[in-house]
Design a protein around this ligand. Structure first.
Ligand SMILES: [Zn+2]
Length: 210
């Protein structure tokens, strides 16, 4: 039976998820604490998008265990560059956000970059231990944003869907046009009954959302 565990980073409370099946796991949007995966074989790292708060642990996980990183091609191009993954601008971003007190944000690396191993454009379907993952591009919040659907019932939305929050489309690389033209129809095409596991805050049922 599949298990999903959520961990909150100190960097703007971004969520890291560990999806566990038996002795195996997939980690989504890792921060640097690898201890939740102790005793497990981690098969993949999935990235919902390129922003620094969602990728800050990729190098720590890869250093400890050589785990392939999977993301969109647009995300892969941006995580390599601290200006495009926004690590370089993280201080400024922290100053304009309102949900975490500045003094609670820990030291971070403004030169951070990392690398992907397996990239896709548009959509990719992966079978994993009897489960089906569907990863598909959802541009709007960022160029490299994707949605990650597990067994047509659980949806890892990154920063594209967060409960009670309007999707942030105005960061560098964001696009309201792509969000409206490409991503909204894709979101409308997934089952309305999915449970959403967002990039920040807790999971929720999509039913009843507009
Ligand atoms: Zn983001």
């Amino acid at each position: 039976m599949i298990g999903i565990k959520r961990f909150e980073s100190d960097l703007l409370s971004s969520n890291m998820y560990l999806v566990v099946e038996g002795e195996h796991a997939i980690v989504i949007d890792p921060f640097a604490d690898t201890s939740p995966a102790q005793g497990l074989t981690v098969d993949y790292i999935f990235l919902t998008h390129e922003h620094y708060d969602h990728i800050s642990g990729v190098n720590a996980w890869k250093k400890e265990r050589n785990i392939p990183v999977v993301c969109s091609r647009a995300c892969a191009e941006r995580i390599r560059d601290p200006k495009k993954n926004l690590a370089f601008y993280f201080k400024e971003f922290c100053e304009i956000q309102t949900w975490v007190k500045l003094e609670e944000i820990p030291a971070y690396d403004p030169d951070y970059s990392c690398q992907a191993d397996k990239v896709f454009e548009d959509e990719m379907v992966m079978e994993w231990l009897g489960h089906t993952w569907r990863l598909f591009e959802l541009p709007g919040h960022s160029m490299g944003s994707i949605g990650i659907l597990l067994d047509n019932g659980r949806f890892f939305s990154g920063d594209s869907l967060i409960q009670n929050c309007e999707t942030a489309l105005r960061l560098p690389g964001g696009s309201r046009k792509k969000w409206n033209d490409v991503s909204i129809p894709r979101l409308n095409a997934i089952p309305q009954s999915v449970r959403v596991y967002p990039g920040h805050f807790t999971d929720y049922d999509r039913v009843g959302m507009d």
